[in-house]
Design a protein around this ligand. Sequence first.
Ligand SMILES: NC(=O)c1ccc[n+]([C@@H]2O[C@H](COP(=O)([O-])OP(=O)(O)OC[C@H]3O[C@@H](n4cnc5c(N)ncnc54)[C@H](O)[C@@H]3O)[C@@H](O)[C@H]2O)c1
Ligand SMILES: O=C(O)C(=O)C[C@]1(C(=O)O)C=C[C@@H](O)C=C1
Length: 307
Amino acid sequence: MSQPIYDRVALIGLGLIASSMFWAIKRAGLAKEVTGYARSQATRDTARQIGLCDRICDSAAEAAEGADLVVLCVPVGVMGAVAQEIAPVLKPGATISDVGSVKRHVIDAVTPFVPEGVHFIPAHPLAGTEHSGPESGFAELYDNRWCLLVPVEGSDRAAVEKLRALWEGIGANVEEMDADHHDLVLAVTSHAPHLIAYTMVGVADDLRRVTDSEVIKYSAAGFRDFTRIAASDPTMWRDVFLSNKDATLEILGRFTEELFALQRAIRTGDGDHLFDYFTRTRAIRRGIIEAGQDTDAPDFGRGKAKS
Ligand SMILES: NC(=O)c1ccc[n+]([C@@H]2O[C@H](COP(=O)([O-])OP(=O)(O)OC[C@H]3O[C@@H](n4cnc5c(N)ncnc54)[C@H](O)[C@@H]3O)[C@@H](O)[C@H]2O)c1
Ligand SMILES: O=C(O)C(=O)C[C@]1(C(=O)O)C=C[C@@H](O)C=C1
């Protein structure tokens, strides 16, 4: 057990990310009290039943009042509205943070409501699953995963370091990044891949009408991975795409160009193009495994990839 970093932490929105934060904060003893609030009565009831948070409140303002750290764990599209709701009760010197998958939009939406004397430090843990809701969280979610802090101009360094200590205390490796750069990187590594998975599963579903249940019956491992990603929360991902429009469209444009080139290589029988392309992409995968970034990958061959 560590020393508490904050006396009181408030988690607004009690889904996968908040519930995992709660269990990890408790595991390490990083806060004296954690309060929580979710919009629906059903979620609050479930949270109480499973012992999520020390105190479940019936409004966001009640949960945030007197907190030293308030973390917005709601979909990106409602961050601004929730910040507006809690702004009047935030205590001077408190930190307000978020976990949204997009940063520029959240900064623009929340900043107007941050009271004088309150520190706003956006964050994004690069960890998740396809599950959502209060029962989906687990203490180990952030272990050895990145959490990116995106301090805004003039952020108080002591407040940033305190938030860094919290994320490190719950298992994450922390780095700082500029908001626009974050949104471009995540468009490549997370947002576009999710859209591609949604599309692939949608195509297979259309095809299913022709082949009956064969798509499901014979679904290969690659396709099953797509279906896992495509099972992610629709509200969360709708908001991600609508709020990271430019970067996602830029990456999808490049994706479409490369897809056309591969399509052409198949049509014209250009095996060299296909072979060179797949050799390049294989090296990327091996690089990720060698860097220890894929904790799900089997151990065999790790660090011993042949060319
Ligand atoms: N799931 C992931 O893989 C992942 C990873 C990193 C970051 N994120 C980000 O974390 C945030 C939360 O995602 P999650 O996966 O925990 O979602 P989730 O669907 O599991 O939980 C979201 C919670 O927010 C509540 N909520 C929605 N609107 C609200 C409102 N107006 N006021 C109060 N509560 C409200 C919902 O009832 C729910 O309890 C999102 O911004 C998402 O972009 C998600
Ligand atoms: O592992 C998964 O299921 C995820 O999709 C997690 C994932 C990702 O794309 O890596 C999803 C959204 C985030 O904002 C961060 C992490």
